[in-house]
Write a protein that binds this ligand. Structure first.
Ligand code: CP
Length: 353
């Protein structure tokens, strides 16, 4: 277990940490989870420390798990609405007395607290793929304290950590686990790619047998696909793609169907910034929905995962969402949501010490 290298580091993407470091994070998360179950307080770990959280987008799970996590570790989290501060903006995108340059915001918060966490994707960066991640990197360039990614347009690294901790909780490890990340239909086309990209990165890094299923037009980023192949080869797992929903789910231990945006939603050069075309691609695939019949194709002890919020009746049936106990396949979505708390506390206690 690697224990010495975390202090002061940013966590903007799963690729920032090695597999050994990710395993350390998961081990620490399990310990903190056990402590909480036993009512053993660990509020000395980040006593008097402050986390600044800047949310450009809405959130239930991320905000509350970071905020509760900081309280449980003995510190405090500030919620910052970009419209109520001077909205942090990159050089060249500034508006007088409305925005403040990221380099200035980062250096001010750096003097007052112990980490900065940011969520930004989609509309705030006009669907320029990678624009939000570039802003997070600019924060990290200027702040000496850790910068944490609470979901940008490429990665949702804390969600992915919670996903794989849930797999470990249910199956005891990763070797031989068949993990299917699938697209599913939603009436909303404005869904970032970060969750599926982070999920398949971690699943391949940890050596699972990973299937990515989606209709044509919903491709994930080519560099993420390459990284997944590299991880799968290094870890002795596998990584394959199918455009057939049922084929993707067949025999899977983990069934993770959710909507993500189609390529045309992004600005050039990635897409054409065309929501109408995106909607047409979505509407041609309304049958990509997870029902009890879908789950019957999976392994008999399979778990259903979703990062939430899920679009009930579209991405997934109520029956699947709400079958949270056995026999047979079960929905693990609330265990998965709870695990956000434990993995975030683990990373914060390691990098903010
Ligand atoms: N899964 C997730 O990130 O949820 P929120 O959007 O509610 O934070």
């Amino acid at each position: 277990m690697k224990t010495t290298s975390f202090k002061g580091r940013d966590f903007l993407a799963e690729t920032d940490f090695t597999r050994e470091e990710i395993e350390t994070v998961l081990t620490v998360a399990e310990q903190l989870k056990k402590d909480r179950a036993m009512n053993n307080y660990h509020d000395q770990l980040l006593r008097s420390k402050t986390l600044f959280m800047i949310f450009y987008n809405q959130s239930l799970r991320t905000r509350n798990s970071f905020e509760a996590g900081m309280t449980q570790l003995g510190g405090h989290a500030h919620y910052l609405d970009p419209d109520k501060i001077y909205k942090p903006a990159l050089e060249g995108r500034e508006i007088a007395y409305t925005t403040e340059r990221v380099s200035d915001v980062a250096r001010v918060l750096d003097r007052m607290g112990d980490a900065i966490a940011i969520r930004c994707y989609g509309d705030p960066v006009d669907w320029e793929y990678g624009g939000a991640h570039a802003m997070l990197k600019e924060f990290a360039r200027w702040a000496d304290i850790p910068v944490l990614n609470m979901e940008d347009d490429i990665y949702h690294p804390f969600q992915g950590l919670a996903d794989v901790l849930t797999v470990k909780d249910k199956f005891g490890g990763y070797k031989g686990v068949k993990f299917t990340m699938s697209w599913a239909y939603s009436p909303s086309v404005h869904k970032p790619r970060a969750v599926p990209q982070s999920a398949i990165l971690y699943a391949t890094m940890l050596g699972m047998d990973v299937t990515l299923a989606h209709p044509k037009g919903m491709e994930l980023a080519p560099d993420i696909m390459e990284q997944c192949k590299t991880y799968a080869d290094a870890a002795g797992g596998s990584f394959k793609y199918t455009d057939n929903f049922e084929e993707g789910v067949e025999g899977a231990h983990v069934v993770y169907p959710k909507a993500w945006c189609a390529t045309p939603i992004f600005q050039a050069p990635v897409g054409e910034n065309d929501p109408k075309k995106t909607k047409e691609i979505f509407d041609a695939h309304k049958d990509w929905k997870c029902t009890a019949d879908t789950m019957k194709l999976a392994h008999k002890e399979a778990i259903y995962l979703h990062c939430l919020p899920a679009d009930r009746g579209y991405e997934v049936s109520n029956e699947v969402m709400d079958k949270t106990s056995g026999p047979g396949w079960t929905s693990a979505i609330f265990d998965q949501a709870e695990n956000r708390l434990h993995v975030q506390k683990a990373v914060m206690s390691l990098v903010m010490q």
